[in-house]
Design a protein around this ligand. Structure first.
Ligand SMILES: Cc1ncc(COP(=O)(O)O)c(C=O)c1O
Length: 501
């Protein structure tokens, strides 16, 4: 007992309060014992030390302690000092007990809120660090943290006091200029820096755009299969969602125009359809722009992972083809840098800037200025280009490892579709369904997502898996594939045999 560190509760003392110091000290220590701050058996600091801590006389302190002892809260042990008693007498007031109240009957969610909360994210993440075949994660361990942390230090040091104030609602001008230069050089489109808005990730950009561009009940085309972030953004704006099928040429514009000609907005991933991975053909791109022009609709182009190309030249973005100011370009730094950064950007027509500016100010104002400064310097210093170039080589190697491992472990049971861009692949399953494989794989610590998770409408999904290949190295991909092969085998067994196993 003597070896326990001595405790002294923090007691607020007000010399002017009624009742005197002795009463305040007594009440403070009693409260600390009853609420568990001073635990049973705890040794208290000596009265001399506590009196010094509280800046009261030792006599005052001794009188307060005498009262606590007389009431049975503390006890003295010869030669060791004062201790909180091990057990409080039954008739003493006990610490308040938490009672499990019945669930509060608060008013219900809005229909939108209920629909949003019922929408599960498509990708099926297991908890824990990156693993084979996580979707949406770049190689986080290869991010140049040293350069980034040097820039953080430098930016923080050079930030004037005024830089701690609210910033520009469109985003840091230096970052917007760096982004305008980047898309001009690598995405085949042109914009002025003042058309660029910095957002807290592409998902936030889509949400902002849907709220500004749509009225409740408006029709929106979403690709099917497609990105659940776009689904949530449209739902959040109260829109009616019209899924439009995707084939080898991307979004089927004629199907959309035939079934929902009055749509106000279309969401597309033309460079690398999410999740199927096909690039939208030029005739389809032109048809989409023509239709949007005649229908008076907006096109939101999500260009989320187009920097990573393996066998073809860059497919220029749809925005670069648009002469009618219908296309709003959305991109993210989650894939080419890291998702926790929560930075992305949108490029809007010039006449939309003012409205967006006001709506933005009424919502999140702008992402953190310091992060924007660091990213601007990262881009201006050439680190962004260097990192993307380096990662392109790394991901190409990982993609080759994925294909080799699929061949080695799964043979004909898993057929990878060609991958030319991005960080994930689609693999067709033969004779087994994706949901069962997902469950068997998860039980073996392997993360795959059934393609069916990206369908919302009537369309019948084929049995396939969506598999990320960027997050872990070739050895981990190979090990993951060995386990996935076992999962596919287990999923192919009749249910009764699987249960018995
Ligand atoms: C199709 C698509 N667009 C955009 C994003 C990126 O969103 P954010 O920038 O909000 O991380 C993702 C992320 O997984 C995605 O799959």
């Amino acid at each position: 007992m003597q070896n326990k560190p001595a405790a002294s509760p923090l007691i607020p003392i007000d010399p002017r309060a009624r009742g005197g110091l002795q009463k305040q000290i007594y009440a403070g220590i009693r409260r600390a014992i009853l609420n568990g701050t001073l635990r049973p058996g705890a040794r208290l600091l000596s009265s001399r030390a506590m009196a010094a801590d509280l800046a009261v006389s030792r006599t005052t302190m001794l009188l307060a302690m005498d009262q606590l002892r007389a009431e049975g809260y503390v006890t003295a042990r010869r030669g060791s000092g004062m201790f909180v008693v091990d057990e409080l007498p039954d008739d003493l007031p006990q610490p308040p007990v938490r009672i499990n109240k019945p669930a509060a009957t608060h008013p219900p969610l809005s229909r939108r809120g209920a629909a949003l909360s019922a929408t599960p994210p498509a990708s099926r993440r297991l908890t824990g660090p990156p693993r084979a075949f996580r979707i949406g994660s770049p190689a986080l361990d290869l991010f140049p943290r040293r350069v980034w942390s040097q820039l953080v230090r430098r930016c923080l040091k050079s930030l004037p006091a005024a830089g701690l104030d609210y910033g520009d609602p469109a985003g840091l001008p230096a970052l917007r200029a760096a982004i305008a230069a980047h898309v001009g050089a690598s995405r085949g489109t042109h914009c002025d820096a003042d058309q660029v808005f910095i957002v807290a990730g592409a998902a936030r950009g889509l949400d902002l755009l849907c709220r500004v561009l749509l009225d409740p009940g408006d029709l929106v085309w979403l690709e099917e299969p497609g990105y659940s972030g776009a689904w949530s953004a449209a739902l959040g704006a109260g829109a009616r969602i019209h899924p439009v099928r995707v084939d080898d040429e991307g979004l089927d514009v004629a199907a959309g125009a035939g079934s929902a000609p009055a749509a106000r907005l279309v969401f597309v991933t033309p460079s690398h359809q999410y999740p199927l991975g096909v690039a939208m053909s030029l005739p389809r791109r032109l048809a989409l722009l023509r239709w949007a022009g005649s229908a008076g609709a907006w096109v939101l182009e999500d260009d989320y992972d187009s920097e990573f190309r393996y066998s073809t030249h860059a497919v220029p973005c749809l925005h670069g083809l648009d002469t009618g100011e219908r296309v709003i370009y959305v991109n993210s730094f989650s894939k080419n840098l890291f998702p926790a950064l929560r930075l992305g950007f949108i490029i809007v027509p010039k006449d939309l800037r003012r409205q967006l500016f006001s709506s933005r100010s009424a919502a999140d104002m702008h992402p953190p200025v310091l992060d924007q400064m660091v990213l601007a310097e990262f881009m201006e210093g050439g680190h962004f280009e260097r990192h993307v170039r380096r990662m392109r080589a790394v991901y190409r190697e990982r993609l080759e490892a994925l294909a080799a491992a699929a061949e080695r472990w799964c043979g004909g049971a898993l057929r990878l579709r060609p991958v030319r861009t991005g960080l994930h692949a689609v693999a067709d399953l033969v004779g087994v369904d994706g949901e069962s494989v997902y469950r068997e794989a998860a039980a073996r610590g392997v993360e795959v997502t059934p393609l069916s998770a990206y369908y919302w409408g009537e369309a019948q999904p084929v049995e396939a898996l969506v598999m990320g290949f960027a997050a872990v190295d070739p050895a981990a991909l190979n090990l993951g594939m060995e386990r996935l092969a076992a999962a596919i085998e287990a999923a192919a067994r009749p249910t009764s045999r699987r249960r018995a196993d």
